[in-house]
Design a binder for this molecule. Structure first.
Ligand SMILES: CC(C)(COP(=O)(O)OP(=O)(O)OC[C@H]1O[C@@H](n2cnc3c(N)ncnc32)[C@H](O)[C@@H]1OP(=O)(O)O)[C@@H](O)C(=O)NCCC(=O)NCCS
Length: 154
C-alpha cells in the first residue's frame, strides 16, 4: 500500500478531507473543528509548520501536522490521523517519517507528541515508531481525560 500512497504538502483543496477522516474515526466535534482551524493556520507558515497529506488514488486519506518550536529546538506532532479504511498499512509511519524529516531539516533536537492516555492505538503506534514514554499530564484533554507525552531525541 505504502508504495501507492504519495505524501504532499497540504493545500486548501484538502480541507474537506480533514473533517471526513476525523468523522470516520469518530472524533468529537471540538477536535474536528480545531483540526480544520489548525490546518488553515499552520499551512500559512511553512517556516515553523509542516502540514502533510497522504493521497491514495487521488483521495486524501491521512494527515500530519508538525510544529518546530524555536525556543527549545524541539518539534511537536500537533495532529496525526489515518482514515480507518487505510489503517495498519504503514501510512502513519510514512507521515511520521516526513514529520521527522521536517524536524531534522530545522535542526530540532528531537520531536514529541501528546495523545490521550486512553488512545491505545495511538500509544501502540508511537511506541512502535520508537517514541519513549515521557510523562502523564493530568486533565490535559478534559477534566476526566489525561494526556500522555511521548518523545524521540535525534
Ligand atoms: C494511530 C494511527 C495514526 C496509526 O496509523 P496507521 O497508519 O494504522 O499506523 P501504521 O500502519 O504506520 O502502524 C505502524 C505500527 O504501529 C503499531 N500500530 C498501529 N496501529 C496499531 C493498533 N491499532 N494496535 C496496535 N499496534 C498498532 C504497529 O506496530 C504497526 O505495525 P504493524 O502494522 O506492522 O504491526 C491510526 O490508528 C489513527 O489514525 N488513529 C486515530 C487518530 C490517532 O489516534 N492519532 C494519533 C494520536 S493523536
Amino acid at each position: 500500500m505504502k508504495s501507492r500512497v504519495s505524501i504532499v504538502d497540504y493545500s486548501n483543496s484538502h480541507r474537506p478531507a480533514i473533517r471526513r477522516i476525523l468523522e470516520h474515526i469518530g472524533w468529537a466535534e471540538q477536535y474536528i473543528t480545531a483540526s480544520e482551524h489548525n490546518a488553515d493556520v499552520f499551512s500559512q507558515n511553512s517556516d515553523i509548520y509542516g502540514v502533510y497529506i497522504a493521497i491514495h488514488n487521488d483521495i486524501a486519506i491521512a494527515f500530519i501536522y508538525v510544529q518546530f518550536h524555536i525556543w527549545n529546538q524541539l518539534a511537536q506532532i500537533q495532529g496525526l490521523a489515518v482514515d480507518p479504511t487505510y489503517q495498519r498499512q504503514g501510512i502513519a509511519s510514512a507521515l511520521v517519517d516526513k514529520a521527522e524529516a521536517f524536524a531534522r531539516l530545522k535542526k530540532a533536537r528531537g520531536i514529541y507528541v501528546d495523545t490521550p492516555v486512553l488512545n491505545a492505538k495511538g500509544r501502540s503506534f508511537y511506541e512502535a515508531a520508537g517514541y519513549q514514554f515521557a510523562y502523564i499530564m493530568p486533565r490535559y484533554y478534559e477534566d476526566t481525560l489525561d494526556g500522555v507525552t511521548y518523545q524521540k531525541f535525534f
